[in-house]
Structure formats: C-alpha cells, structure tokens
Ligand binder design. Sequence first.
Ligand code: ATP
Ligand code: MG
Length: 312
Amino acid sequence: MTAPERMELPGDTAVNGSTGNGNAGGAPLLTVEHLTMRFGGLVAIDDVSFRAEDRKITAIIGPNGAGKTTVFNCLTGFYKPTVGRLTLQREGRAPAYLERMEGFRIAGEARVARTFQNIRLFPKMTLLENLVVAQHNKLMRASGYTVRGLFGFGYGREEQKAVEQARYWLEQIGLVDRADDDADSLPYGDQRRLEIARAMCTEPVLLCLDEPAAGLNPRESADLNALLTFIRNEHRIGILLIEHDMSVVMQISDHIVVLDYGRKISDGDPEFVRQDPAVIRAYLGEEEEEDLPDIVRQDLSADDAGGAGAPS
Ligand SMILES: Nc1ncnc2c1ncn2[C@@H]1O[C@H](COP(=O)(O)OP(=O)(O)OP(=O)(O)O)[C@@H](O)[C@H]1O
Ligand SMILES: [Mg+2]
C-alpha cells in the first residue's frame, strides 16, 4: 500500500509527497543554540547547541539525568527554555522559533511530533481509533469547526483519508490485523511501535522519540530499527532519538549528540562518538575499555588489581 496523499496546510508551499520537508541540501532542519534550562538552582541543560538534519537520524544519548528528556520538553513546548533559540527551518517557509511557540502550535504548525519515555496511548481505544484521533487537528479544520461541517462532503473525504493514513501505518508496523483490538491488549513492543505510528499520522517533519527501545527484547529492537530506518528513508523526515540501547543507536544513527550533566560532551558520527574518550568515560563504560587511551587503561588495570580482595 502506498502512503496516502498528504493534506495541504494553509501557507504550506513545501508539499512533496506524503511527508518530508524538501529541505535537503539547505539549512539544517533543526538548529539548537545555547539551550539552557534551569529549575530553581538546578541547571538541567547548560548552554547546549547542536543541529539535526532533514532525512537523518540524530541520536541524543547520555547517562540518566543528563538532560535528554528536558531537551525534548523544550523543543515541544512543555517547558519554556531559560535561554536559547530553537529554529526549525523548512524550505519555502519562514523559520519557526520553537522557544516562542505554544505546544499545540509546535505540533500543528511546525509539525514536530514526539513520543514519551512512558507509553501514552489511549489504552481503551482500538489501534485504529488511536491513529485516527491523532489526526484530530486536520479533521477539525476540514469541519470548518462547525457541527454542520461534520456532516459535509469535505469532512467525510478527510475522515476517509484519515482512516487510510491509519491503515497505512498499521500495515507498516505489521498490526493491521489487530486494528479493532484495544491498544492495551498489545504486547509492550507493539505498543511502542503503535506510538510511533500515531506520531507519524500527524505528518511531522521532525519526529522526536524518547527511549523507544526501552524494555524491548532483541527481536523487538530489531523491528524498531527497521521501522525507524524505513521512516527516514521513505518518508524523508528528520528523527531525533533519545536512546540508551546502544545496539539501536550505533546501528541506525547518522549523527550522535552526547550529553552529561546537562552539557554537551561530544557530537559527531557514530564512529567518532564511539571512540571519543569523553564519551567512554561518561557513558559507554568498561565494554569499550579496549578503545581507551593506554594511560587510562593502565590506571583501570591498577584499580582492578587493587580490588582483588573484593567478594566475587
Ligand atoms: N520539571 C522539573 N523540575 C525540576 N527538575 C527537573 C524537571 N525536569 C527535569 N528535571 C531535572 O533535570 C535533570 C535532567 O532530567 P532529564 O529527565 O532531562 O534527564 P534524562 O537525560 O532524560 O534522564 P533519563 O535517562 O533518566 O531519562 C534531572 O536532574 C532532573 O531531575
Ligand atoms: Mg529521560
């Protein structure tokens, strides 16, 4: 099944197929500059800058409490940053400064979609309903925001397109046979992929995924990798991915940004980040010990020898 036709929005001059913002080769899709977020005395994000390109997967990694989810909360309007500029740039449109926009405009106009660290589906709605409800905004526009509009031809046509879009995504995640089952009857890994499908039904240009592989088994992680690669390659949008699972991050990311204690400590392609001593120290741990500089490895060996009396 091919992707259903994408709905044109008022002022939208960059329609090119189902999704994608047609920004290849231009300015980065997302530019984060000097982002700082303070909660009272706690500096959760400290002067972080990075870019995320269109048609690329940009991973944000870092230890617990590094500030990853806070970056998403700033991007999607849940928090107003203390300092910083967050620019979404789509070809043919004026830049959207996300730090100035309300959350509903970031989702509806700037077209930034997200999933959450903890699953937030409508558990007692069917899979199909979850995906159609996600398209509420464009259905309401089609109704003209009137009750009479709900019975008009325009609304009926958009409703049909919304169902087609939902079916398309159910097929992509292999769950079309379960369209009429309640969302909470799905295994955990399927719920995760349903959340991504729901976000895709909003036709985003930037998809922000907060730990989509958390709690998945290796088979489910592989399915997730395939889904995200498909979305990047076929739907040609930018993906921002927060993830602890290195088998996901290293396999599918084009670019990785590493945070630690709210600061950016590394930024580059997976090979660069994998070998960056700052990252190894902060995040990847002893599995990567063979990549450590000699002097650090010698120090670690000395520590191990010193700890020989510890209980095994
Ligand atoms: N609303 C808030 N009020 C106060 N402190 C907050 C708030 N949101 C986040 N923080 C703090 O900001 C810091 C970064 O939190 P954040 O949730 O962004 O980390 P994270 O990198 O997503 O961690 P994890 O990998 O555990 O999900 C933490 O110290 C957290 O306690
Ligand atoms: Mg988090």
